[in-house]
Design a protein around this ligand. Structure first.
Ligand SMILES: Cc1cc2nc3c(=O)[nH]c(=O)nc-3n(C[C@H](O)[C@H](O)[C@H](O)COP(=O)(O)OP(=O)(O)OC[C@H]3O[C@@H](n4cnc5c(N)ncnc54)[C@H](O)[C@@H]3O)c2cc1C
Length: 465
């Protein structure tokens, strides 16, 4: 049994009192904070790092995916998720053309032939930090960077805010509604909400990835080689297999070279590389997460050697940086009033309380096996994400958004894409503001009102136009 000691009770200063407290400033949290503040709520955003953006900025995942056209030709994911990439383009952090095509009218959707069924916007992670600062500031969000939300403030089963730890010490921020956008659902879990983890049976989660940036890389040469060189076909599968057999790839279980993408869609020689895979370690255990970071960096060194030796376009590539933290694809899924399933996603399920739409591919990176491919199943039609998936069971005053919402292992592999997380963030932030203003529990909110407000704010909830 773990040895325990008792922490003495103490008085804690109340740093702030707001209507909506958003914990975690990844893409879901940024959208939630913007939506809450714009809907009139006094809003505070608490974020662990000194910048917002989460996986995009801290873990270097700079391809914002999941945009598409809906069946009637309008943008499938709209509102704040599109506004964010438009602001990125204005700040020279994404190519304007890659953003303009998201809203270009088409007769009907989804538009075929886009690869993994979606449009992607390559966003420059460093420029994204400034864009998020500006947008949050303009909306009047009270930003608290370098602060961790550590425990909910509870009144019975109702969340009334959170205790935060920072250089200022331990403080409390009180709120009418808390939106947990920590990716891992930390606050919801500590408030007592039930959760699931990983796939059924063994609970194994998708692997983590240390993303790194290289200079002197030519994607064109690399893409050409995949068409002409047998060992480079299928994303360098032959070279990866041979390098594994030769002991050059000893640490990375991946069967293919995953991707090296320009930082922001334009021809440049710097690329962000998604090739490493760390399996079997938990993102919820500090010791295991530490081991994952160490192993991830070792895989980066291996990967750069592989790129220089075997990849067309990579002979002179040089490592510039490894992202501040390893990217986490999967951890807690907080169970809500509805659990979105893989069947719902594949069956294009419709729900009367839809607050967002999704279409990204079912994309399950192999959780346990070495040298085995991911499961990739493209969707033909979009599905709804119901409000009930954002409302955790058994706890009041609380919403969740982003990859920690209520779904199963298979559904998560689709809705975890960033544009979908932003759409959920907008929905949760709007719901939190409306609930706070009405003095209602989020669970009691009139979902018709929420859907109308989301529509007025540019979001697509699947409502007929
Ligand atoms: C390697 C990898 C590749 C991917 N590829 C793509 C891709 O190509 N395109 C795409 O669109 N998506 C991709 N995804 C998925 C996508 O990036 C994530 O699912 C999505 O960004 C999750 O967003 P989020 O806001 O829910 O969580 P996160 O991005 O994890 O944000 C959570 C935020 O909360 C903060 N935080 C956590 N705990 C606390 C706390 N207690 N107190 C305060 N702050 C806290 C964190 O610092 C972080 O900023 C990828 C993911 C990974 C890991």
């Amino acid at each position: 049994m773990t040895k325990v000691i008792t922490e003495p009770a103490r008085e804690v200063p109340v740093r702030d009192e707001v209507d909506v407290l958003v914990c975690g400033g990844g893409c879901a949290g940024v959208a939630a904070a913007l939506a809450a503040a714009r809907n009139g709520a006094r809003t505070c955003l608490v974020e662990h790092y000194g910048f917002a953006g989460g996986t995009l900025t801290a873990a270097g995942v700079n391809g914002i995916g999941g945009y598409q056209h809906d069946l009637d030709g309008r943008p499938l994911v709209s509102g704040i998720p599109i506004e964010i990439v438009q602001r990125l383009a204005e700040a020279d952090g994404a190519s304007p053309e890659s953003v303009a095509r998201l809203t270009r009218p088409v007769d009907s959707g989804p538009v075929a032939g886009l690869g993994l069924n979606v449009y992607w916007v390559q966003a420059h992670p460093e420029k994204a930090k400034g864009v998020f600062d500006d947008m949050l500031g303009e909306a009047g969000v009270r930003i608290l960077y370098h602060a961790d939300a550590v425990m909910p403030v509870m009144e019975g089963s109702r969340v009334r805010g959170a205790f935060v730890e920072s250089k200022s010490g331990r403080e409390a921020i009180l709120a009418r509604v808390l939106v947990d956008c920590t990716g891992d659902g930390d606050i919801a879990a500590r408030a007592g909400a039930p959760f699931d983890l990983g796939r059924p049976g063994d609970g194994a989660c998708q692997p983590m990835t240390a993303i790194f940036t290289v200079a002197d890389w030519s994607a064109r040469a690399h893409n050409d080689a995949m068409k002409s060189e047998p060992l480079a076909a299928g994303r360098y599968q032959g070279y990866v297999a041979r390098s594994r057999a030769d002991g050059e790839i000893a640490l990375n279980p991946n069967d293919i070279f995953c991707a090296a993408t320009y930082l922001d869609d334009r021809e440049s020689r710097a690329a962000s590389v998604n090739f490493t895979r760390v399996q079997g370690l938990s993102a919820l255990d500090a010791g295991e997460l530490s081991r994952a970071e160490v192993l991830g960096r070792r895989q980066v060194a291996e990967a750069v050697r592989f790129m220089r030796k075997h990849m067309a376009g990579g002979a002179n590539c040089a490592l510039i940086s490894v992202a501040a933290q390893i990217g986490i694809r999967e951890s807690r899924r907080i169970l809500g009033d509805y659990v979105l399933t893989g069947q719902d996603v594949q069956g294009a399920a419709r729900f009367p309380d839809a607050v967002a739409r999704g279409i990204y591919t079912l994309d399950i990176h192999n959780p346990t096996e070495v040298g085995k491919p991911s499961a990739l199943i493209e969707l033909e039609k979009p599905y709804d994400i119901p409000y009930r998936c954002l409302v955790p069971r058994g706890v009041e005053g609380l919403l969740v958004a982003g990859r920690c919402i209520s779904g199963d292992h298979i559904a998560l592999s689709s809705y975890r894409i960033q544009s979908h997380c932003m759409a959920m963030g907008q929905a949760a932030g709007t719901a939190a503001a409306l609930a706070a203003a009405a003095g209602k529990r989020p669970r009691e909110l009139d979902v018709g009102l929420l859907r109308r407000r989301l529509g007025e704010d540019g979001a697509n909830t699947g409502e007929k136009l």
